[in-house]
Design a protein around this ligand. Structure first.
Ligand SMILES: CC(C)(COP(=O)(O)OP(=O)(O)OC[C@H]1O[C@@H](n2cnc3c(N)ncnc32)[C@H](O)[C@@H]1OP(=O)(O)O)[C@@H](O)C(=O)NCCC(=O)NCCS
Length: 257
């Protein structure tokens, strides 16, 4: 029986099998990036020209996969770039790992995690190990680490994740690096990661963060009274979000004369 005439597997079967492979790979020690590489390797097998194995001892013509092919950035690879910076995947072996861990000790910077929608470890190594989180570090042209970016709790079923942005060195704030890096990170999220919705949560009074997300095109979805408890005090949170369809790609620079 050919692939064309064979009845389709029920969606629940496909999802269950995918989840089982995903969980086994996670138990094996696959990081989030490794999982993406695994998915890409599966797609390559499906797309391979000529016959592909479909069962023990069986061969069948490969069907053209309608699924989008996910790029496979190796650990530390460049994920995105802006005019003044490049974003690399961040893991515990990254040369700037200890600098970034130091950033998170500062109270102001700690809001990168404290005002997140879901509980997050404040230990950077644990954060990076969590396979639902994706981290990037934007470095300037001279190599200085400038902006830490994250997608927390990447939900593959609903194609959404919580975005976080941190300019670690206070001397680099208010120079447009956060916005530039965030735009590149959104292009990566909506493009390579296949996100359909990116959301962010912040303290209601955090004007700088709100201004940043507004400039990026996020719309406020809700104000959540008393949502966060920081240093024993309850604070309202603002949740804002950006849908892929509403995301406006930055305009190309005008052609030089
Ligand atoms: C939130 C946060 C990332 C914003 O950083 P930021 O440096 O203020 O944001 P930007 O890099 O976009 O800088 C904007 C400023 O740079 C200016 N700017 C923009 N482009 C510029 C350029 N090319 N050159 C110089 N300045 C520029 C803007 O005019 C703006 O000025 P203003 O501050 O006077 O309004 C930063 O405050 C931070 O790291 N906070 C701690 C972590 C946190 O709470 N994150 C929120 C949870 S996700």
């Amino acid at each position: 029986m050919s692939d064309e005439t064979r009845p389709r597997m029920p969606a629940a079967t496909v999802e269950t099998l995918a989840r089982s492979v995903f969980e086994q790979a996670a138990r094996y020690g696959f990081t989030r990036i490794d999982q993406v590489r695994l998915a890409s390797a599966l797609l390559s097998l499906c797309n391979a020209a000529g016959p592909a194995a479909t069962g023990p001892g069986q061969k069948a013509t490969a069907t053209a996969a309608a699924t989008r092919s996910v790029p496979t950035p190796p650990s530390g690879a460049g994920l995105a770039h802006g005019a003044r910076l490049v974003i690399h995947a961040l893991d515990a072996s990254h040369p700037h790992f200890s600098t970034v861990a130091g950033w998170l000790q500062e109270l102001f910077a700690a809001h990168f995690l404290l005002s997140a929608a879901s509980p997050q470890s404040r230990n950077l190594e644990e954060l990076l190990r969590c396979d639902r989180n994706v981290f990037g570090l934007a470095c300037l042209d001279d190599g200085r680490p400038a902006v830490l970016l994250a997608y927390l709790d990447h939900d593959e079923l609903h194609q959404r994740a919580e975005m976080r942005v941190l300019v670690g060195d206070p001397g680099l704030r208010r120079q447009g690096y956060a916005e530039e890096a965030a735009r590149a990170w959104l292009a990566y999220g909506f493009g390579s990661l296949g996100l359909g919705k990116v959301f962010a949560q912040t303290l209601q009074g955090d004007v700088r963060t709100m201004q940043l997300f507004e400039r990026l095109g996020f719309a406020v979805e809700a104000v959540l009274p008393g949502e966060l408890c920081i240093a024993g005090e309850r604070h309202a949170a603002v949740r804002c979000a950006l849908l892929r369809d509403a995301y406006v790609l930055p305009a190309d620079p005008p052609p030089s004369a």
